[in-house]
Design a protein around this ligand. Structure first.
Ligand code: PBG
Length: 350
């Protein structure tokens, strides 16, 4: 039997339904893309995007106290750790090959105010955590978040006046926060607030204080997104009024992301971030085409929660969906991925 005959036999359904079947099947098929998909070894050889444990940044929640961890209800498998337990978690992550963590604090309500004063307390939770982690796991890259929301009594990323978020006054506080974090030993500061001009102001202040090697991971294209819900549960940081649409970006805009990126590059950003990731893969792609800087994608809390919830119902295969999702971010152009799945992925890739 000739190959053409074999393929005719294989395609009996099509044959039965199509009148011109004989003619088209007998036309020689020059390109057979399936040839490169025949075996796993071959697929591996021609694979375009690869997810590596080296690409991952593990976001972690820290809280005051000792000997405790609390699971975040809307993020099963994610915990807020007291500092002592956080150190063990960081060690474990580092041993799994994860090279970087991003820290987020749960601040007691009694320490919150409109100006986010606690954000630049040199003895605050984040500076203490940074110092302790640097001592316990010196080689892990430590990224601290710069924004007021965990410290704000209003649950906003900036200072509120008459229901509006003040830009320049907020930037002045963010600069103090970044300096305290650098002083404590942060390797990168990551402004996630979306105030105008904050990257430039932080860069200038870091340089003036001699922190020339402290980098800036800029949340450049950060959208006003409902996907942050579980994160705000984790930190008890949801806005007390309104939303974040006067500072975070409109989900409908792509060109504006390029504008934000250009500004952040001009102001001295070292790494650019897109957030959320999954609903914004086109933005990751465009930014990657546009810049030579490393691009990070934030696989945010809501993306995590959706996968966890469906998997708990037995509706999807969690491991496969996680790998597929994060690989799509790499394919879109992300060099780095912040993900709450970091440890799971490290184990899966081993
Ligand atoms: C706050 C901040 C948020 C996240 C990271 N930093 C929430 C927000 O902007 O309201 C969200 C992360 C996530 O959802 O996983 N500056």
């Amino acid at each position: 039997m000739s190959l053409a005959q074999v393929s005719i036999l294989e395609d009996q359904t099509a044959q039965a339904t199509s009148v011109s079947q004989t003619e088209s099947t007998l036309t020689p098929i020059i390109h057979r893309p399936r040839r490169l998909r025949r075996t796993e070894t071959l697929r591996r050889l021609v694979r375009e995007a690869t997810l590596r444990v080296e690409d991952l940044i593990y976001p972690l929640f820290v809280m005051e106290g000792e000997g405790q961890r609390e699971e975040v209800p809307s993020m099963p498998g994610c915990y807020r750790y007291t500092l002592d337990l956080l150190l063990a978690e960081v060690k474990e992550a580092y041993e799994l090959g994860i090279g970087a963590i991003a820290l987020f604090p749960l601040i007691p309500y009694s320490q919150k105010d409109n100006a986010g004063t606690e954000s630049y307390n040199p003895n605050g939770l984040v500076p203490r955590a940074v110092q302790a982690i640097k001592q316990a796991v010196p080689d892990i890259l430590l990224i601290t978040d710069v924004a007021l929301d965990p410290y704000s009594s209003e649950g906003h990323d900036g200072i509120v006046q008459d229901g509006k978020i003040l830009n320049d006054e907020t930037v002045a506080v963010l600069v103090k926060q970044a300096l305290v974090q650098a002083e404590a030993g942060a390797d990168f500061v990551a402004p996630s607030d979306m105030m105008d001009g904050r990257v430039g102001a932080i860069r200038k202040a870091l340089d003036a204080e001699g922190w020339i090697n402290v980098g800036i991971l800029a949340y450049s294209a950060k959208y006003a997104s409902a996907y942050y819900g579980p994160f705000r549960d984790a930190l008890d940081s949801a806005p007390k009024f309104g939303d974040k649409k006067t500072y975070q970006m409109d989900a409908a805009n792509a060109r504006e992301a390029i504008k934000e990126v250009d500004l952040d590059i001009a102001e001295g950003a070292d790494i650019l971030m897109v957030k959320p990731a999954l609903a914004y893969l086109d933005i990751i792609f465009q930014i990657k085409q546009h810049t030579h800087l490393p691009v990070a994608a934030y696989n945010v809390s809501g993306e995590y929660a959706m996968i966890k919830a469906a998997a708990q119902q037995g509706w999807i295969d969690e491991k496969k969906v996680v790998l597929e999702t994060l690989t799509s971010m790499k394919r879109a152009g992300a060099d780095l991925i912040l993900t709450y799945f970091a440890k799971d992925v490290a184990l899966l890739l081993h």
